[in-house]
Design a protein around this ligand. Structure first.
Ligand code: FES
Length: 85
């Protein structure tokens, strides 16, 4: 039994840069989804939950974290550049 917090899988080491229609989206936090960067339900048993976010007409281009280690999810904060192998 481990006390370490659940760790996401790195889906990719860069942001997903997307122009999204207004609406509510679920960003994959576990890295297991096959519909990156969005949740497909694969987080079950991972100990991680997707993050819901809103896109409004004025939100503009979204830079969504692909490495799943951003300190400001669901958005990329550049942390992917600091990930070790
Ligand atoms: S893709 Fe995760 S911080 Fe940039």
């Amino acid at each position: 039994v481990s006390d370490s917090p659940p760790c996401p899988i790195i889906a990719r080491r860069s942001a997903y840069v997307l122009d999204l229609e207004p609406g509510t989206y679920l960003w994959c936090a576990c890295g297991r989804s096959s519909t990156q960067p969005f949740c497909d339900g694969s987080h079950a048993d991972s100990g991680l939950q997707p993050i819901s976010f809103e896109v409004t007409r004025r939100s503009g281009t979204q830079w969504l974290c692909g490495c799943k280690h951003s300190r400001h999810p669901p958005h990329c904060d550049g942390f992917h550049n600091r990930l070790k192998e």
